[in-house]
Design a protein around this ligand. Sequence first.
Ligand code: B3K
Ligand code: ZN
Length: 885
Amino acid sequence: MRTEQPKMIYLKDYQAPEYLIDETHLTFELFEDHTLVHAQLVMRRNPARGAGLPPLVLDGQQLELLSVALGDVTLTPTDYLLTPDQLTVQPLAPSFTLDSTVRIHPETNTALEGLYKSSGMFCTQCEAEGFRKITYYLDRPDVMSKFTTTLSADKQKFPILLSNGNPIASGPEEGDRHWATWEDPFMKPAYLFALVAGDLWCVEDKFTTMSQREVTLRIYVEPENIDKCQHAMNSLKKSMRWDEEVYGREYDLDIFMIVAVNDFNMGAMENKGLNIFNSSCVLARAETATDAAHQRVEAVVAHEYFHNWSGNRVTCRDWFQLSLKEGFTVFRDAEFSADMNSRTVKRIEDVAYLRTHQFAEDAGPMAHAVRPDSFIEISNFYTLTVYEKGSEVVRMIRTLLGADGFRKGSDLYFERHDGQAVTCDDFIKAMEDANGVELTQFKRWYSQAGTPRLAVSEAYDAAAKTYSLTFRQSYPATPDKQEKQPFVIPVELGLLNAQGGEIALRLAGEAAAAGTTRVISVTEAEQTFTFVDIAEQPLPSLLRGFSAPVKLSFPYNRDQLMFLMQHDSDGFNRWEAGQQLSVQVLQEMIGQHQRGEALVMDQRLVTALGSVLADETLDQAMVAEMLSLPGEAYLTEISEVADVDAIHAARDFARKQLADQLFDGLWARYEGNRALSKTTAYVAEDQHFARRSLQNIALSYLMLSGKPQVLAAAIEQFDAADNMTERMTALAVLVNSPFSDEKAKALAVFAENFKDNPLVMDQWFSVQAGSTLPGGLQRTKALMEHPAFNLKNPNKVRALVGAFAGQNLINFHAADGSGYRFLADLVIQLNGFNPQIASRQLAPLTRWRKYDSARQALMKGELERIRASGELSSDVFEVVSKSLA
Ligand code: B3K
Ligand code: ZN
């Protein structure tokens, strides 16, 4: 909870630290009702800040100071200044040691930041500014130190004692306690510190690095989960190999550990040598985790492992540079997943997510640049913009430099900055220097917020055989009121002839054609590119692979989109053409609904999706992606003013039409794949994910037909499936169906079977809170009373409240404002014990500008009610005040 008026912090005010901490020696005495933390800091004046000995200002929050000494001299309260956030002392020499002892209370820490307890075990989360809740320290990423950590605890309750680095000593202690000491040879900022103490089992494996060093790999979990670690272990080994092969990066300690905890504010944390994970991102086996969960585990394990270089060995100078490590690491994990699975499908999923959620953030009151220039609470800036748009920015650099040039740049970056805390400018500089290029204008992607629009028009001159494309950039206003300059926008494109073939691309002035797909850089506000030797009017395929995070528009008609869906050589753009066709058809129906007309769907959508469904040569996962209509959240994002009811009605109507008209094709795909599932053991691999994804989307369409044979199939799949992917889909289609008896039975059976597995119960909560049938709010409220629900557990809050407010738009946006009131009440409650989760759950209310004036008033009213509700955490304060500004 904040103690003073929250202050805005600015990037331009950055100054190097006054003092450095060469060594950090920590001792934790862990007890049931308190913990004692002794810290010995070996410090010196930062030579970069000149002579003189200014006061030493240490960060510290919620600490009970028991003693503090400078060198041999114990300080008395008149020797230091203590505030709720800081301890200030006066050093007397340029080099000195500072010893302190504090008492803290992990056992009552509900914010899950600093040292806390989860299911009886001790664990930590220090990024970004949690270390200051553990001891007095210079809690900023540019202060890097060598850490030695000793933990002592009850031997029976906490047989496992872990920290960063390598274990160097351990032993018994009186009173049935024991201790262990860990030493991390690498300098690191405090945000990468971790400790764990608990009764844990582990799965162990080995990895031999490219220089033939053997590394011990361990995944620690609660005993009942020991059978759910193999997928994470496989993912870890694949990640380690991939980082060696693709980036030349080798692991550097003798041991790498992952610990799964049940109460965690986000997915996972890359602490040096000791990654701490939300159990939802580690545990996976066929019977309890869906395919999507398996893929998420693989991606998050990889992401945290990759941070060992992009984040830990080379870290951030300050938190404004967060995307330096996050954007780059998301890019790395996305490429890893693309290599392990279907590249095109991975790209489609990521782009759909970006355009639905990051574009919405970038158009809302919290919009900020990839490198923000100010913040109140850094926890609010672990955003889609910093992560996902940041990753797109790195992807554009690779597109512009090519794979080899990009690798040269990353090699130079890691070599030049190993052991340093650096900035996004340093990253760009390494890319420039390694390639002899200049990226000055490109860097605007780091400083200008908002999604650029790129309007494209064409002109074909049959006589001259030239074809020109004109690009116009424009920039929406963002809350910072910034004047924006043109971006560098890499546009990968191709031109199709009337047969669907690709045309050789030669720009005016070039000696020869350079292939049939190429990247052009749009750098000016308006710019025309003219292709020569174009014998007939072509059809352009623009922004292949989504080569830049922009809103591109080109006046395609529906027949042209159908043509691209069939013929484009770029798989991503075939999907994209289908999405654009669906958007056009749905928007037409949204208009019909608004005018009170009967809904009529353009048959071309049925024809187009029918031929995709019938094409046995296509990857089944691609078929599944193409059959998925744009979601309601995406349709909201692209609307000027979103009409919640019309969007829902149009999309539902379209789905029902498709289900009825494509019934036979869907049924054939469903039956064929279900038959295979019955005879094949579950495998968590690409081809199997693909076949189940088509089977399951087919089932969800088929269920809309209401036919008894489909109901029977869903029940059969629910009862007999040997894996959670099929069982969960069957449950979801029943929950969303009108068959109330079958639904109630399935829900009860499922809850009975899985009542002891919290992660499976999360899915059970979500599927009900996300159901768009009427009565969503009542269902959600009733579920909050269920014995398996717990507001203190972030996974439960996300599963229930997040699913209701984030995915169940028709219920959340009920015209009477009841959904908004419910969310605001919850945010007020959450603010009292977990500010980070409170602030995250607020996001749907911040989008009020998208809705009609009645809903706007209701949403703003709830934001105002939160603002007036009492003492707000800085997290909630920042989001609420910016949303109302
Ligand atoms: N670096 C952490 C995020 C920490 C968030 C702190 N509020 C996880 C990740 O991005 O890998
Ligand atoms: Zn990360």
